[in-house]
Design a protein around this ligand. Structure first.
Ligand code: HEC
Ligand code: HEC
Length: 198
């Protein structure tokens, strides 16, 4: 009969074997220290992922020229529909597209909107909206606003490398990979700052 101690030992053994195999595999493929470090970093990044990164090439191209292409999982369906149907007046810019492209992008963003995101961050975004608001900005979502309210002007608006909270990727190093974890933040010109100091 297996005692609890035996079960724990079994787990430890299995874990040790996995660890050994991982090292062997990495070595067998001829990865040097730097490459392995990068692999480990990539693995850590994927663990921290909290929204699906952009996968649609048309979206990346059409919506990633003025700012980085926002992952659709950061806004609810209603917001995307309103935005995609009103691109001629897009925050003071004309971002209009031909009908075909607009329809394709509409389908992409709606199918990947926060409501369909597998990550808990999406629930936090939607719940903070309280079923009332249809935000036109991610930065308007109460959960997002709340996460950043302590950041002083000098680090955001008055920081020439940031300009506004809308440029998520300036601070969130993994923004394009769908990583918005507080441990992966580096504010330009304030690189030494730890998130606990904010
Ligand atoms: C011609 C330039 C331009 C193009 C093309 C463009 N945008 Fe924008 N977008 C802007 C500007 C300017 C802002 C406002 C940024 C600010 O306030 O600093 C903005 C803001 C946004 C925001 C709100 C960000 C926030 O503050 O939370 C979203 C979402 C967005 N755009 C999505 C899109 C999508 C989707 C497309 C493609 C269909 C697109 N944009 C194409 C210029 C553009
Ligand atoms: C000026 C730099 C800066 C910009 C720009 C910025 N953030 Fe952040 N963000 C931070 C910092 C710093 C924190 C950590 C706050 C804390 O720990 O209290 C944070 C926290 C977050 C969190 C919570 C993460 C966690 O682990 O709890 C999310 C989600 C987030 N940001 C999303 C965004 C999105 C989406 C955008 C763009 C629309 C954005 N941020 C723009 C600096 C920034």
């Amino acid at each position: 009969m297996k005692t609890e101690k035996n079960i724990v030992l079994d787990y430890l053994r299995a874990y040790a074997i996995i660890l050994l195999m991982t090292c062997h595999l990495a070595n067998a493929q001829g990865h040097g220290y730097e490459e392995r470090k990068q692999m480990m970093q990539a693995m850590r990044m994927s663990v921290r992922q909290n929204v699906i990164p952009v996968t649609n090439a048309t979206y990346q191209e059409e919506c990633g020229s003025c700012h980085f292409a926002y992952p659709p999982g950061l806004l609810p369906i209603a917001s995307w529909q309103k935005m995609i149907n009103n691109l001629a007046d897009h925050f003071g810019e004309n971002a209009e597209l031909d009908d075909m492209t607009q329809r394709k992008l509409n389908e992409y963003v709606v199918n990947n909107a926060a409501e369909f995101s597998p990550y808990p961050l999406a629930n936090r975004l939607i719940n903070s909206l309280n079923h009332k608001l249809i935000p036109m900005r991610i930065t308007e979502i109460p959960y997002i606003a709340h996460k950043h309210w302590k950041l002083p002007f000098k680090m955001v608006e008055d920081n020439p490398q940031v300009k506004s909270l809308s440029y998520c990727n300036q601070c969130h190093q993994g923004a394009e990979k769908g990583v918005y974890h507080r441990h992966d933040v580096l504010i330009p010109n304030y690189e030494t700052l730890h998130h606990c100091d904010l």
